[in-house]
Design a protein around this ligand. Structure first.
Ligand code: CAA
Length: 291
């Protein structure tokens, strides 16, 4: 089941901290590929939400005949869920997918640095924060790397591997090998807000929001234009609902502050929708309404 490359070190035990949409998806991807996973959340409620996310997602695969019930159980059993961060002590690789706020990420990395062994790799799934700044919270910035999955993590095959000016070459090789062992395609890029894909994608998404805000076209027509005219699997407003409007706002805001490109200045309605709790699919309502 597990495919390793000959050049990379085998990373066996995987820690995933934060089991929201992305973290739960990442934990599932590792477990699907035979890895033992320790999934950590802050509270029992959040842990429960993470467990439900994984059960729902793997349940879809069972319904579609892609996974048997026995395989689903084995997969779920490979993920140990806990609220105790110390449980990642023996992990070779720990990835965090907590909220996109630098001080919180730095605090977590400071704690992880004190818990895991000296060779362990610490990774962040951040979409736009500086991996370099996250790494400075540790005593091992050379072993800190960005490993950015895409939503939905079990489906999207890209993993961006972000190197900082101090990332050790063997860390990049190990992480690229790890991504390949998950059946993903790794691409390597520098530590600049948005990395490759979001830097290209979010100007387009923001422009679609401005069109909607200016009543230039309906949400359905904006989405239909890109689906049927350009072959995108989803229109931009439906995609924003999938990503989460709060996450999208944070990504745009960070990119705008770093690059000052008007393309990335968040459309005002985005902030208003976030403030009103219209966060997209996860809240049941965003540009569209969900059951
Ligand atoms: N979790 C797990 N599996 C899922 C899933 C989910 N949330 N959503 C869909 N799937 C699986 C389905 O089970 C199905 O699997 P099989 O083919 O093995 O049966 C497959 O994906 C296709 O699903 P559907 O037929 O239900 O739906 P679809 O064909 O419309 O595809 C989609 C849904 C995969 C989401 C597709 O519309 C798509 O690729 N959309 C674009 C997504 C995208 O651009 N993501 C990147 C966002 S940017 C980002 O993530 C970066 C960031 O930092 C925010």
């Amino acid at each position: 089941m597990r495919r390793m490359t000959s050049t990379s070190r085998e990373l066996r035990t995987i820690g995933v901290v934060g089991l929201g949409t992305m973290g739960a998806g990442i934990a599932e991807v590792f477990a699907r590929n035979g890895y033992a996973v320790i999934g950590v959340e802050q509270s029992d409620d959040s842990l429960d939400r993470g467990r439900q996310h994984i059960e729902h997602s793997t349940g879809r695969a069972v319904k579609r005949g892609k996974l048997s019930e026995g395989e689903q159980k084995e997969l779920v059993d490979r993920i140990e869920l806990t609220t105790d961060l110390e449980a990642v002590k023996a992990c070779d690789f720990v990835i965090e997918a907590i909220i996109e706020q630098l001080p919180l990420k730095q605090d977590l990395f400071r704690r992880l640095d004190a818990i895991v062994g000296p060779d362990a790799i610490l990774a962040t799934n951040t979409s736009s924060l500086s991996v370099t700044e996250i790494g400075t919270a540790t005593s091992r910035p050379g072993r800190v790397v960005g490993v950015h999955f895409f939503n939905p993590a079990p489906v999207q095959n890209l993993v961006e591997v972000i190197r900082t000016v101090v990332t050790e070459p063997d860390v990049l090789e190990d992480v690229a090998g790890l991504a390949r062992s998950l059946g993903k395609t790794p691409v390597i890029c520098g530590d600049k807000a948005g990395f490759i894909a979001n830097a290209l994608l979010f100007g387009y998404l923001n422009h679609a929001v401005s069109m909607y805000e200016g009543r230039y076209a309906t949400r359905e027509d904006i989405d239909a234009a890109m689906r049927f005219g350009c072959g995108y699997p989803m229109g931009p407003l439906a995609l924003l609902d999938l990503i989460g409007l709060d996450t999208a706002y944070e990504i745009l805001d960070t990119m705008y502050k770093q690059g000052r490109d008007r393309l990335h200045a968040p459309a005002p309605i985005l902030k208003q929708m976030v403030t009103a709790g219209l966060l997209g699919r996860k809240a049941g309502r965003g540009f569209y309404t969900y059951e």
